[in-house]
Design a protein around this ligand. Structure first.
Ligand code: UGA
Length: 431
């Protein structure tokens, strides 16, 4: 099939590369000329394991290309994939200006029947708006299909090739054949439904996962008080198939470009139809508070943080990505700086992105984990990078001035800490 992907952000680029790998002919389109030039020269602007290799091989054999020429790309393709961003407005609502602009751009380029497939996360009813925009500007026939994306950053390539399900939202089910065919090599679990339900499935899925995280974080907070171990509690709960074991890792809460944005957007979507989504509002509140547990624990050990050196390991919102959007590290570091602490921060790949948002006289970005930890009064683990797990506790101990370890992601077990002199605080485990 011939595909044009509009938008080379996370979703667009990964989908484009993976559809090319499946044998389709893919043109990735972006208005940002500089980005297109980078992509053409083989540079992947995001850190995503496995993506560069696939991008290189498919570009080489001519199945994948990059351009800023939207009109020609649309005209040469059978399916147009909309994958532009839908960031949050200050109100929490999704900002649809990019997707609406893309719809206008596509409509003026149409030269015959096309399937227009939306992958961007959009509020319920948006695909109908897209349809109305295009319909008002062209006489050519087209079909709108909503195919929400469920890939995770850091495992985007694997998730794309092995999805749990593909959801296809379409007005006329009989017109779904080519989109079903496009996704058939990926999974048997293809659900064809109406467009509004497809749009809702995406938000409901992210909101449910965010709810699991906030739920287990609250259980963790209670575990700390009653002397139970949340990792055991989660394990015991997870064997129940109705609950499931994943997304029950307690920690300092979720970040990233999806859960914070999509939970807010769903609260707004509900609010717009006079529904007060109380449960989801609490999920967001719990998440916003959870990251400060690190600060409370530091204060319980060090008392006043003024003038204390605090090492922060991990700036990305999760491992295997350089994405720092809505990363808990921002609030944690800002809060430390406000208290007069000296912060030494390290991340294997996200430092450059993080630096663009915070510069401060008392914030030093280290080039190695060791450099950040040297002579620190406490070390806080904020992102569970594999690199941190691989360092020996004796070595880490030798770098620190005082052996205070706040493990915000429960990367160590209590047993590992048994014969050490670390003052160790994790999340939801007995002290
Ligand atoms: C999330 C969803 O998992 C994807 O299915 C969805 O496609 C994507 O959003 C999106 O809407 O585009 P992502 O944000 O990349 O993917 O990352 P996740 O692996 O879901 O992690 C999100 C956050 O939750 C991270 O900050 C992570 O540290 C946190 N988390 C996750 C926990 O605190 N505990 C857990 O048990 C799992």
């Amino acid at each position: 099939m011939k595909l044009a992907v509009i938008g080379t952000g996370y979703v667009g680029l990964v989908s484009g590369v993976c559809f090319a790998e499946l044998g389709n002919h893919v043109i990735c389109v972006d208005k940002d000329h500089a980005k297109v030039e980078l992509l053409k020269s083989g540079i992947v602007p995001i850190y995503e394991p496995g993506l560069k290799e696939l991008m290189d091989s498919n570009t080489k054999i001519g199945r994948l290309s990059f351009t800023s020429e939207l009109d020609q790309s649309v005209q040469e393709s059978d399916v147009i994939i909309l994958a532009v961003g839908t960031p949050s407005l200050p109100s929490g609502e999704a900002d649809l200006q990019y997707i609406e602009q893309a719809a206008r751009d596509i409509s003026s380029a149409l030269n015959g029947f096309k399937t227009i497939m939306t992958k961007s996360t959009v509020p319920v009813g948006t695909n109908e708006k897209i349809k109305a925009i295009i319909r008002s500007q062209t006489d050519h026939e087209f079909e709108i299909v909503s195919v929400p994306e469920f890939l995770r950053e850091g495992s985007a390539v694997r998730d794309t090739f092995h999805p749990d399900r593909i959801v296809i939202g379409i007005e006329r089910k009989e017109a779904a054949a080519n989109i079903v065919e496009l996704h058939r090599p990926l999974t048997e679990n293809i659900i064809v439904t109406d467009i509004r339900s497809a749009e809702m499935i995406k938000y409901a899925s992210n909101a449910f996962l965010a709810t699991k995280i906030s739920f287990i974080n609250e259980i963790a907070n209670i575990c700390e008080k009653v002397g139970a171990d949340v990792t055991k509690v989660a394990e015991g709960m997870g064997y129940d198939k109705r609950i499931g074991a994943s997304f029950l890792n307690a920690g300092i809460g979720y970040g990233g470009s999806c859960f914070p944005k999509d939970t807010q957007a769903l609260i707004q979507i509900a609010g717009n139809v006079d529904y007060d989504f109380k449960l989801l509002k609490s999920v967001v509140d719990v998440n916003n508070g959870q990251r400060f547990n690190i600060i409370h624990k530091l204060e319980s050990i060090l008392d006043d943080l003024y003038g204390k050196t605090i090492a922060i390991w991990g700036l990305a919102f999760k491992p295997d990505t350089d994405d720092v959007r809505a990363a808990p590290a921002f609030d944690i570091i800002n809060s430390l700086l406000k208290r007069g602490a000296l912060v030494r921060a390290y991340d294997p790949v996200a430092t450059e992105n993080f630096k663009q948002s915070i510069q401060h006289d008392n914030l030093y970005y280290s080039k190695t984990a060791e450099d950040a930890a040297r002579q620190a009064d406490a070390l806080c683990i904020v992102t569970e990078w594999r690199e941190f797990r691989q360092l020996s506790l004796q070595e880490i101990r030798s770098w620190l001035k005082t052996p205070n370890l706040i493990d915000g992601r429960n990367i160590y077990t209590e047993e590992e800490l048994l014969n050490t002199d670390f003052v160790y605080y994790s999340v939801g485990r007995p002290k």
